[in-house]
Design a binder for this molecule. Structure first.
Ligand code: NAD
Length: 485
């Protein structure tokens, strides 16, 4: 085992879980045994909630301009430790080093946004009647929870940590049991940045501790990022105990390609979108909807896909079960009549025979009724569906239950605008393979890609992590005037 057994982080200290349930942490890169992660119980969670509750009165009353100083320092520490943090992400998640670096850099950008919160949250004041003033202010909620997935072990935690904490809340995070190491390093850096004990806590585990989070009366709000199936369970359970909940789910992102699209740029963007992070991004292109004669673009796409080499510029998928599941989808589509143009099944990766790799895969003549066209694959696979008109392409995009991202590739501005208007997705792009809105814009999908109101990052997150206090004060001394009795 390369690292010591993982511990929870409660009240500024790493401590062992009182549970004896454990899981092995295996690197997808080469199958090596990295560590063990505890599957914490209610007692562990309760200890974290109590620590956060104790920390809350002082932290929430610390002026926000002082609170964000922690995140100026945290950002600098992410940058200073970039290489080591990226190597850890690479090791536990399987993505390439460059992708891991980009993930840490994005975390620093998220922290930078949190540093700007004092500029964004001043409330409003107005003399609403003579001598009578109304004012609003954003007040932190209390103890909040963040439940995160495996695909971005460092960045997705940083979607919630800086904003929720800078806004005055105390947090309990539940990392993915598949990638539990990176969040521990973030705890070290937050401590080094001066965050007081108890403000940030980590409780490791699986679905049991997530259920305990949803049920715990001391937690005010739950944010969740993961698959749609679990997002729905978490949203239902957390709101059934009257908590605020924002649950982001899975995705099936469509790229609509028109014949006038620039071939090489389009092919490069589609390849980067479908194969980046081994296709394990909720913004990854999963379906290409070809409108009319675009064979020349598909040809270029196959050329580009073949430049993506597992173990070099393509990382591993998270585990053996995931690899087998992805390859099953390809085989099933092929047996139903789809044509595999670039086949990534069972690639040989020298020296990493125990790693869980799937090569880039391009499948043509996929029909909208096939499972590969409908379900989230979460691997470096693009399914091409052929249509004759933009409206047919939009009908396919609109019929999918998810709604994270959609993009169109064209040189025709009117067509681009038309697709942007009609696509049923929270994040749309024109000639962009991965239309992630960069800070300060907020991130969040629609439909079955998000349950709850608002987005998880950017300005929208201010509404989620705070409540508004409205005060009315009267300073006119005259008696008998009924402006505000
Ligand atoms: P997942 O849903 O399996 O797990 C997410 C979290 O839920 C983990 O912390 C896990 O421990 C917990 N969990 C697992 N089973 C549970 C259960 N039965 N009850 C309660 N909690 C449970 O997701 P994953 O496989 O870790 O991540 C991949 C998924 O996340 C993909 O579907 C991807 O699209 C999605 N994702 C979405 C976004 C977005 O912004 N919409 C971002 C990143 C990832």
């Amino acid at each position: 085992m390369k690292y010591a057994a993982i511990q929870n982080y409660i009240n500024g200290q790493f401590i062992s879980s009182s549970s004896d349930r454990m899981l092995d942490v295996i690197s997808p890169v080469d199958g090596s045994h990295l560590s063990t992660v505890p599957l914490s119980n209610n007692q562990d969670l309760d200890a974290a909630v109590q620590a956060a509750k104790v920390a809350f009165p002082i932290w929430s009353r610390t002026p926000i301009k002082e609170r964000v100083q922690v995140f100026f320092r945290y950002k600098a520490l992410l940058e200073k430790n970039l290489k080591e943090l990226a190597l850890l992400v690479q090791e536990e998640n399987g993505k390439t080093y460059d992708e891991a670096v980009a993930e840490i850099e994005k975390g620093a950008e998220l922290s930078e946004f949190a540093c700007s919160l004092p500029q964004l949250i001043p409330g409003e004041v107005l003399e609403v009647s003579r001598g009578v003033e109304c004012r609003t202010e954003h007040v932190p909620l209390g103890v909040v929870a963040s439940i995160v997935p495996f695909n971005f072990p460092s960045m997705v935690p940083n979607w919630t940590i800086p904003n929720a904490i800078a806004l005055g809340n105390c947090m309990i995070i539940k990392p993915s049991e598949k990638v539990p190491l990176s969040v521990g390093r973030l705890a070290d850096l937050l401590q080094e940045a001066g965050l007081p004990a108890g403000v940030f806590n980590i409780v490791h585990g699986d679905g049991d501790v997530v259920n305990a989070i949803c049920d715990h009366p001391g937690i005010e709000a739950v944010s969740f990022v993961g698959s749609t199936k679990i997002a729905k369970l978490v949203y239902q359970r957390a709101t059934s105990t009257f908590k605020r909940c924002l649950a982001l789910g899975g995705a099936k992102n469509h790229l609509i390609v028109l014949p006038d699209a620039i071939p090489s740029m389009t092919a490069q963007n589609i390849t980067a979108s479908m194969a980046g992070c081994a296709g394990q991004r909720c913004m990854a292109a999963s379906a290409m909807v070809a409108v009319g004669p675009v064979d020349h673009i598909i040809e270029k796409l196959c050329e580009e896909a073949q430049k993506v080499v597992p173990g070099k510029n393509l990382g591993a998928v998270i585990n053996r079960a995931s690899k087998e599941r992805i390859e099953r989808y390809i085989t099933e589509a092929e047996s139903q009549g789809a044509k595999v143009l670039v086949d990534g099944r069972s690639p040989k990766v020298e020296g990493k025979e125990n790693g869980t790799y799937v090569g880039p895969t391009v499948i043509d003549y996929v029909r909208p009724d096939m499972a590969i066209a409908q379900e989230e694959i979460f691997g470096p696979v693009i399914s091409i569906m052929r249509t004759n008109t933009v409206d047919e392409a939009l009908a396919i995009e609109n019929a999918n239950p998810y709604g994270n991202a959609a993009s169109v590739f064209t040189q025709n501005g009117g067509m681009a605008r038309y697709v942007m208007d009609k696509a049923s997705a929270g994040m749309v792009g024109v000639n962009v393979g991965v239309p992630v809105p960069r800070e300060p814009f907020s991130f969040g999908g629609w439909n079955e890609s998000r349950f709850g109101v608002g987005d998880i990052t950017g300005k929208s997150s201010i509404e989620f992590w705070t409540k508004l206090k409205k005060s009315t004060t009267k300073w006119n001394p005259e008696a008998g005037i009924n402006w505000m009795s």
